[in-house]
Ligand binder design. Structure first.
Ligand code: ATP
Ligand code: MG
Ligand code: MG
Length: 552
């Protein structure tokens, strides 16, 4: 494959390394443990871990846990699992911003003592009013000129739990007339009488994202702190803290464009809503664009990494076609997934000239061009199942499947010819009677009448019964929630079809959850552990069809 040209962050790092600006680089992936990771986070993970690997540096996994009311240990565990599954290893132990609360608190005191922070009693509404707008400068808080001693005493009262939530906050004293609103005396500590999943009841004041992030980077020796473009306007504040505090290092922030995918929602808040309102069966529902949902659905780590590589890293916002993601998983599974046969909508075929009770073993390759994938054994008997879609009483020339009086090849086995079909009282076809054409395994019929096509089958003698879940896109709107509409209105009502009574070849009895197969002619599938456990028989998820069938 052609080498991709270096992106801007690779260029920056190369330049920093060659100018001796930095030793080994240090990056970090800093999720807030307030939800499961989604495909957008995969881009950030691949970027941060990928750069560290490429340039011989290290990447930390840091939980940015400054909002205790929305965070939990469940999310911490899920995030660790997802990063590992994607194929990345963080440097040393996992880290928590909350590990640095003592140091951050000390730095807050340092700012107060330097006259660069004050306790402000404005209510949230009043503070908003004082902040000004993009066009209008803000107004100084009446509490801005409190003495250092008064501020220290009040901040101590905030910390000790004597003051109510919302009664006051600690603000950096910067410039209420700054054109950048983030510099208009931003809040750096707020009171929250909330226990924290990691620090318990130790604190009732918590640092803001802006006060915590850059300083945590400095503590960890992060050299390149990479975030999404919405933080571009926060960079001056990031730098202000680093310059005004006795931090041990000088990290720098860089921004890149977040991943937006059409037909997909990538916002933890909206994904949480899908979960809590029951539109899906949890964060790891195979329809979810979460990493855990995609894993259950049958996406592979390599396909997600390849997708992140292809979309590239830029500083301009754009929307990526979800077809690209689907292409990446199909491409990987086509090359690597073992083949198997599963009849989704079975129709019984009785082979009238094949001895009842006779069973022949036929072998099938694990993959058309992967000799390393084990051959499968199939047993052939006088009763087999084919898909209802693969038989018609009569049909035109375009239909290359089984038709009365015509021949078709059973994949990896004989050519058969249909003679008649049996119908129930309602007129539905319930059985086909056909004949085996002798000596046609791996050979054309001796009489020169060739079959028109090849179909898949399983034998009644040896198969497993299973259910199959066919997924379609979760959203039918290209941009769910566009223009302020309710994103739930964009849900595709036909996002799931459950087929029961499917029949699969015996090799699938040993299928392992999340391990992909190609069900020949049907698409890519994997066993789902949760649904299998719940229903007591194997349940397979369709990861994706064989080709793009989405009608735009
Ligand atoms: P969301 O916007 O979905 O709520 P978030 O940005 O609040 O996500 P964090 O846990 O704060 O989620 O994100 C961890 C890292 O992942 C951050 O550096 C963030 O910039 C990055 N990230 C989040 N969403 C995307 C995305 N769509 N594309 C690229 N990076 C992303
Ligand atoms: Mg967030
Ligand atoms: Mg966000």
């Amino acid at each position: 494959a052609a080498e991709k040209p270096a992106h801007f962050l690779q260029n920056i790092i190369k330049a920093d390394l060659s100018a001796g600006q930095t030793g080994a680089i240090v990056t970090r992936f800093p999720p807030e443990p307030n939800g499961y990771l989604h495909i957008g986070h995969a881009k950030s993970i691949c970027l941060n871990f990928g750069l560290a690997k490429e340039f011989g540096g290290q990447c930390n996994l840091r939980f940015d846990d400054t909002n205790p009311e929305k965070e939990s240990e469940e999310y911490v565990q899920a995030i660790k699992r997802d990063v590992t599954w994607l194929g990345f290893e963080w440097a040393g132990d996992i880290r928590f911003t909350s590990d640095y609360f003592d140091q951050l608190y000390a730095w807050a005191l340092e700012l107060i003592k330097a006259g660069k922070a004050y306790v402000c009693d404005l209510s949230p509404d009043q503070a908003r009013e004082h902040r000004g707008t993009l066009k209008e400068p803000g107004k100084n808080s009446p509490f801005r000129d409190r003495s250092v001693e008064e501020n220290l005493a009040l901040f101590e009262k905030m910390r000790s739990g004597e003051l109510a939530e919302g009664s006051c906050s600690l603000r950096a004293k910067i410039d209420m007339a700054a054109p950048n609103i983030n510099l208009r005396d931003p809040i750096i500590y707020r009171i929250k009488h909330v226990a924290h999943h990691h620090t318990g009841d130790k604190w009732c004041i918590y640092p803001s994202y802006d006060f915590a992030h850059g300083q945590s980077d400095a503590i960890e020796g992060v050299t390149h702190s990479i975030c999404t473009l919405e933080f571009e306007d926060h960079r001056p504040l990031y730098e202000w803290f680093v310059e005004n505090l006795s931090v041990p290092a000088t990290p720098k922030q860089y921004e890149f464009a977040r991943l937006n995918l059409n037909y997909t929602v990538t916002s933890k808040r909206k994904l949480l809503q899908l979960v809590t309102e029951g539109h899906v069966d949890g964060w790891d529902d195979p329809r979810m664009p979460t990493i855990s949902g995609m894993r259950r659905r049958g996406y592979t780590p390599a396909s997600l990494r390849n997708f992140c590589e292809r979309i590239g890293v830029t500083r301009s916002d754009s929307v990526v076609d979800v077809g690209m993601l689907e292409f990446c998983v199909r491409d990987d599974l086509d090359k690597n997934a073992p083949r198997a046969m599963c009849v989704l909508r079975p129709l019984k075929v009785t082979l009238t000239n094949y001895d009842a009770g006779k069973v022949e073993t036929v072998t099938a390759p694990g993959h058309p061009n992967r000799a390393d994938l084990a051959e499968r054994e199939l047993s052939f008997s006088n009763t087999i199942f084919i898909d209802v879609e693969d038989f018609r009483e009569e049909a035109n020339k375009k239909y290359k499947r089984l038709v009365i009086g015509k021949r078709v090849r059973l994949r990896n086995a004989y050519v058969i010819e249909a003679d008649e079909c049996v119908k129930d009282e309602a007129g539905n076809i319930v059985e086909v009677k056909a004949r085996v054409i002798e000596d046609t395994i791996g050979k054309d019929p001796a009489d020169g009448v060739k079959p028109k096509g090849v179909i898949h089958w399983v034998s009644d003698h040896n198969h497993i019964d299973c259910d199959v879940r066919l997924y379609d896109r979760l959203f039918q709107d290209e941009n769910p929630g566009a223009g302020g509409s309710d994103f739930l209105q964009g849900i595709n009502p036909a996002n799931l079809e459950v087929l029961t009574g499917c029949k699969a070849e015996p090799s699938l009895a040993s299928a392992v959850a999340e391990t992909p197969y190609q069900f020949e002619r049907e698409g890519y599938f994997c066993l789902d552990a949760t649904y299998t456990e719940a229903s007591g028989k194997p349940v397979f998820n369709r990861t994706i069809g064989l080709r793009d069938s989405w009608a735009k």
